[in-house]
Design a protein around this ligand. Structure first.
Ligand code: GTP
Ligand code: MG
Length: 195
């Protein structure tokens, strides 16, 4: 995919603020710190368009990145960060539910998991939530640069088994550090937005 333009166009916390131009949207999903914002930067070849951090909880809003004025990546706050208060967790739930139930232009979700570990209970729940609502999912197993090459197949198996991965879905091994999997991820995204 040739990325000609990529801009943070809309920052939203409620449905009234979502873009109204009806362009297709691909949302990110995954635990805090898994690398969602880094994934956006790598895909768009923009070093720091999406703000990233070593500390979990960096992204707090729904950030709509307009790409080639044709579609959006929607970067979202992660889940599963232990230090988040009950009130904040409820706010997250409401914001995400509002998004998933109101977004008519959502064409699919890139669900990121850490390739180094078995997916968490939250990861499994999120994957099945998306499957239940028939939202097309791309599983991106990221931080693969941190694995020894010979260990990769074992980790892929663990991730797929834990998720009860549906072989109809797309699965991409990825690294924001090395760019591994970028072309595959674009292939998967393009298939969902049909461009
Ligand atoms: P929240 O906004 O808190 O939900 O986190 P996030 O999922 O957006 O994570 P973010 O992209 O901010 O990345 C978290 C940390 O992981 C940062 O220190 C990144 O540099 C690092 N990171 C992300 N992707 C990779 C990767 O593929 N490889 C390695 N080695 N580090 C990565
Ligand atoms: Mg983030």
């Amino acid at each position: 995919m040739k990325v000609i333009s990529a801009d943070l166009e809309v920052v939203a916390v409620k449905p009234e603020q979502f873009p109204k131009d009806r362009r297709p949207e691909i949302a990110l999903s995954g635990r805090s710190n898994v690398g969602k914002s880094s994934f956006v930067n790598t895909m768009l070849a923009r070093k720091a368009l999406a703000r990233t951090s070593q500390r979990p909880g960096k992204t707090q809003t729904l950030n709509f990145y307009s790409i080639n004025e044709a579609f959006y990546f929607v970067d979202v706050p992660g889940y599963g960060y232990a230090k988040v208060s009950k009130t904040e967790r409820a706010k997250w739930g409401e914001m995400m539910e509002n998004y998933f139930s109101n977004s008519e232009c959502l064409k699919g979700v890139v669900q990121l998991v850490d390739a180094r570990h078995a997916p968490s209970v939250d990861d499994v729940q999120m994957y099945h939530f998306l499957k239940h609502f028939e939202v097309p999912v791309i599983i991106v197993a990221t931080k693969v640069d941190k694995l020894k090459k010979t260990h990769v197949p074992k980790h892929v198996k663990l991730v797929k088994q834990t998720l009860d991965f549906d072989d109809q879905d797309q699965f991409v091994l990825f690294s924001s550090m090395t760019g591994q999997g970028k072309d595959d991820a674009w292939g998967a995204v393009r298939q969902l937005i049909q461009i």
